[in-house]
Design a protein around this ligand. Structure first.
Ligand code: ZN
Length: 504
């Protein structure tokens, strides 16, 4: 439709009126067309709605009649169909509960792992819960299970359950773990009070392990196969050895018995609660059983030990100081060291060969003692250290009062008649004088003199220097003497001393 509304110069007002009519016509035609369009649109929408409703109804109907069921299988065999698989699961759980109540001492296991479900969804699928439950019930079987305790591949026992097995193992382990200590936790095991040598020890438990390989396995069993926990513990601890006795015989000692039986002596001590001081009586019965624990416990401890370091002594030779004399220049002082070592114990006994030093820290350096050592030798000067003037002497008369007068000497005899200088010195008398008979006096030039009387013969002369231990004469019975013996005096600054104080 083309509307020409433009003004034409050739047409007058009439022409204008005519064209107005035509415009009105065109407009009304256009209005009709628009009405038609509305009608179709509405029709389509209504139709679509109706179709949708129908589809929904059909869908709803189908859905309402579609169900989901579970096929129950026993192994490969289908034994029923249920709507609710929970019912089967509950049946199994209830059965298990009932079995547990009936068998408080055993662990009863059902063959529930043999049952399985397959889900299916479909149109009006049928199921029968009652029948399925009955079939499952008929196929449920129970058996007793236990935990097999295996040590180094060898079956030791079957116990009720894993908890029991664990308790047994813990009991053995805990024997070597002080109370209230948990594995892995750093704890002080012992804190020795300051001992005589000021050694302090602190021990920390690092690990507790079994020395053997331990496995726990679930096995099917019979009630009579299940062992009592206490007997399992005993068996693991002792190795089920036969008790061995020994009757103490004459001349026995603990180490002797241990050697005789070729067993460690600690076995005898431990089994019979003996100590080093214990006395064995003939006929005593000793338990000499060597246990062979199936399970041994290895504990690893870290021991921190603090102890003294002994100081060294350094000698400086000094020729201005007399030989035999020492002078301390610097007093020594012990140091202090901290040693950390790892101690492995097997069933509580230290494995010395496995002791390892981890670290050594010097807390205090020791101070070396410095001593001046004299080397000056003066001829004929005594050492100050007296020796016996006879070899293997027997004393016949001591220093002391005899019949009212002082015997200020020591009398002695020996099968060896040699008279020896008691110390180095210078002979100041050698001759015969009154009751002394043949006698020698040695001046040790340190304030001391020694006198040797009743000699058979004299081997030295006045003015000679004699060495300590050198022969100076022969024992005899000259002078006032009733038989061969030596009368020996030690004189300090002119006063006779008790020689026994100087001889040893
Ligand atoms: Zn005498």
């Amino acid at each position: 439709m083309k509307l020409k509304l433009g003004r034409n110069k050739e047409s007058g007002p009439e022409l204008d009126r005519k064209s107005n009519h035509r415009i009105q016509d065109v407009v009304s035609i256009a209005k009709n067309e628009v009405n038609n369009l509305h009608f179709w649109l509405i029709a389509i929408v209504v139709a679509a709605l109706l179709i949708s409703i129908s589809i929904a109804s059909i869908y709803f109907y189908i859905h309402k009649n579609t169900n989901q069921i579970y096929h129950v299988y026993f192994g490969e065999e289908k034994v029923g169909t249920v709507v609710d698989q929970q019912k089967i699961k509950d049946l199994i759980a209830d059965t298990q509960d009932k079995l547990n109540q009936q068998n408080p001492d055993f662990e009863v296991k059902l063959n529930d792992e043999q049952f399985s479900f397959k889900r299916e969804s479909g149109y009006k699928l049928e199921s029968n819960d009652e029948e399925a439950l009955a079939q499952v019930s008929r196929r449920l079987e129970s058996h007793i299970v236990g935990i097999e305790l295996v040590v180094n591949g060898e079956i030791i026992a079957i116990v009720k359950d894993e908890e029991t097995a664990q308790q047994i193992l813990d009991k053995i382990k805990n024997k070597y773990v002080p109370e209230e200590r948990v594995e892995g936790e750093a704890a002080i095991l012992s804190d020795d009070a300051k001992s005589a040598d000021e050694t302090k020890q602190e021990s920390t438990l690092k690990e507790v392990n079994f020395n053997e390989e331990v496995e726990l396995k679930q096995v099917e069993t019979q009630p009579e196969e299940i062992a009592k926990p206490e007997s399992v513990v005993t068996s693991l601890e002792t190795g089920d050895v036969v008790l061995d006795k020994y009757i103490v015989e004459e001349g026995d000692c603990i180490t002797c018995i241990a050697q005789k039986l070729d067993i460690p002596s600690y076995v005898i001590y431990e089994n019979n609660q003996l100590s080093e001081d214990s006395i064995l009586n003939i006929g005593d019965e000793l338990n000499v059983t060597v246990l062979k624990p199936t399970l041994s416990v290895e504990t690893i401890e870290e021991v921190v030990e603090e102890r003294d370091i002994h100081f060294d002594t350094e000698y400086i030779v000094d020729d201005t100081l007399k030989l035999g004399k020492n002078e301390v220049i610097t007093p020594g002082k012990p140091g202090r060291i901290e040693v950390v070592y790892e101690v492995v114990k097997l069933d509580g006994r230290v494995q010395e060969e496995r002791k390892k030093v981890i670290s050594e820290t010097i807390l205090l350096e020791p101070v070396t003692k410095v001593v001046k050592k004299g080397s000056k030798v003066v001829p004929g000067e005594g050492t100050g250290n007296f020796r016996w003037p006879l070899v293997s002497p027997s004393i016949t008369s001591y220093y002391g009062y005899r019949w009212g007068s002082l015997h200020a000497a020591l009398d002695m005899v020996s099968g060896n008649r040699k008279i020896l200088a008691s110390d180095t010195g210078k002979v100041i008398y050698a001759g015969y004088s009154g009751s002394y008979g043949n006698n020698i006096i040695i001046d040790h030039q340190n304030g001391y003199k020694t006198l040797y009387a009743h000699l058979q013969s004299i081997h030295v002369s006045v003015g000679m220097n004699v060495e300590r231990g050198e022969q100076i004469g022969v024992m005899g019975s000259t002078g006032n003497s009733t038989g061969p013996h030596l009368h020996f005096e030690i004189i300090k600054n002119g006063v006779q001393q008790n020689p026994l104080v100087y001889l040893n």
